[in-house]
Ligand binder design. Structure first.
Ligand code: NAD
Length: 473
């Protein structure tokens, strides 16, 4: 049962006034772009870059370079894509009308859904709160943003930024955790855009069902990487080491586990460990002193990851040395786990940290069984030079996204749909897909001339015979 929260109620009610939603709906494309550009101006201001970097460094120990690469740069790219394409995306789209409907014209009108709620996660807490907001504004909605309370410094910065650049009836940030989100979920929004875990995704979907509110669920899961003997092991190990340690492994599309051809398992494991050192500790100062490797978000997640390692250890896995792990600093070094089996918790839940299970396979069918025994992943990566293997893996599995011989870069493609499938997500984002998430595609038909008298009784037998012929498959 949600407790009452007058401040949330007031913000919701202020935004949810017919005249306000109408004004935003009728806001010209030029004005929408102006509003979006306010975000760009804020982000581009050196003083604000300092604030963003400092908040993310406090929350996640991110380096300045990582903040630029994974939190600021993607937002600027989004703004570029949206401002360049918004006019085209939002224009009425005319479709050919079937001959049987002669005299009518058909089009799609993109209207805003109206009042939307964006709920963000903690792992890219700035980017994943602001990125959907840009699209929600582009589509002409009033927006409430609820950033993750776990990345507390970033959450308050997002609040400060939004209250500086937008009136509350257009965009407001509500800070808080489960209690505040639960209260927000009782409200009759027109769309909820949620980024987070599959478990909370179910809570969101259940709450939205009460109002038949549409949802986009950007979730997570166990994303596998398949490495076969034809790939360049050294290059592959480096790519995986980068993807697994970016943001300390706390990335929704990070490789979760590796399925490696048995004959190259040893070579791959060695190269992976080497690559970690080359990327993060090139001067041998100790990985715990690396400026390019962050920390675990909080002690709750630190404890969860240590429990995964202890569970694997107790069930017979070989766990590489993690004696540098330090609860006070929320630091866990990159860990490799071998001799893994499916009864270990590490193979049952999304890891979301710098730990990588490596599982050998002899036959490609084992890979299919392993992947299909788990919920459909958000990402599936194939590292192979064999076209037959690549096609076999694609054709016999399902995933939100797949990359071949590369990792994670697909998320930055402005026109490629990004998102999960079932347990890993519902709905696709990026570019036009995100614009459509926040828009109602209103089908519109207009009579230009004539009437379709034959659909009214009394029916004309000859015309019906003709229609039957036309409709025959
Ligand atoms: P989370 O589900 O715990 O929290 C996400 C949001 O939901 C937060 O704002 C939180 O306050 C709120 N929340 C938490 N519990 C709630 C409850 N019981 N009722 C209502 N609201 C609640 O997720 P997280 O830990 O912040 O993020 C990690 C997860 O997000 C991982 O599974 C990761 O894979 C996924 N993720 C997915 C994407 C994507 O684009 N698909 C991106 C980033 C993260």
């Amino acid at each position: 049962m949600a407790v009452s929260n007058p401040s949330i109620d007031n913000v919701f009610n202020d935004q949810n006034i017919y005249a306000n939603l109408q004004a935003l709906k009728n806001c010209s494309i030029k004005d929408r772009i102006k509003r979006i550009n306010k975000i760009a101006s804020y982000i581009n201001e050196p003083k604000n870059v300092g604030k963003i970097t400092s908040a993310l460094s406090k929350d996640l120990g991110k380096s300045e370079q990582e903040v630029t690469l994974s939190e600021i740069y993607p937002l600027l790219l989004t703004i570029k894509t949206v401002t360049k394409n918004l006019k085209r995306w939002s224009q009425d789209e005319y479709l050919p009308t079937p001959l049987t409907m002669i005299g009518l014209t058909s089009s799609i009108k993109y209207e805003p859904k109206g009042h939307v709620l964006i709920i963000g996660p903690w792992n890219y807490p700035f980017m994943l709160a602001i990125n959907p907001l840009i699209y929600a504004i582009a589509a002409g909605n009033a927006v409430i943003v609820k950033p993750s309370e776990i990345a507390a410094n970033t959450s308050s910065l997002v609040k400060e930024m939004i209250s500086e650049i937008f009136p509350t009836n257009e965009v407001t940030v509500i800070e808080g955790g489960v209690e505040e989100t639960t209260h927000l979920l009782t409200k009759k929004f027109n769309h909820i855009y949620f980024t987070g875990s599959p478990n909370v995704g179910k809570v969101i979907m259940e709450a939205s069902a009460k109002h038949l509110c549409s949802v986009t669920l950007e979730l997570g899961g166990k994303s596998p990487v398949i490495v076969d003997e034809t790939t360049n092991i050294k290059k592959t190990a480096t790519k995986i080491a980068w993807a697994k340690t970016l943001n300390c492994g706390q990335t929704c599309i990070a490789p979760d586990y590796i399925l490696v051809k048995k004959e190259v398992e040893k070579q791959f494991t060695e190269q992976y460990k080497k690559a970690i050192n080359q990327l993060l500790d090139p001067n041998n100062k100790g990985i715990n002193n690396s400026e390019f490797f962050g920390n675990i978000i909080n002690t709750k997640n630190y404890d969860r990851l240590i429990e995964l390692l202890e569970d694997a250890n107790a069930k017979g896995a070989h766990v590489s040395d993690y004696s540098l792990a330090n609860r006070d600093n929320k630091f866990i070094p990159p860990v490799v786990v071998t001799k893994v089996n499916n009864n270990m918790s590490i193979m049952e839940e999304e890891i979301f940290g710098p730990i990588i299970p490596i599982i050998p396979f002899e036959n490609i069918n084992e890979v299919i069984t392993q992947i299909n025994n788990l919920p459909k992943p958000l990402a599936l990566y194939i590292m192979s030079k064999k076209r037959k293997t690549i096609n076999f893996l694609i054709n016999n599995t399902s995933a939100g996204n797949t990359m071949v011989n590369e990792l994670m870069m697909n998320v930055a493609h402005p026109d490629l749909p990004f998102g999960g499938v079932n347990n890993s997500g519902i709905g696709k984002s990026n570019g036009r897909y995100s614009f459509i998430n926040f828009s109602n595609e209103r089908g519109l038909m207009k009579r230009k001339w004539g009437t379709h008298k034959f659909i009214y009784p009394p029916f004309n037998k000859t015309i019906y015979k003709l229609l039957k012929i036309i409709a025959r498959v």
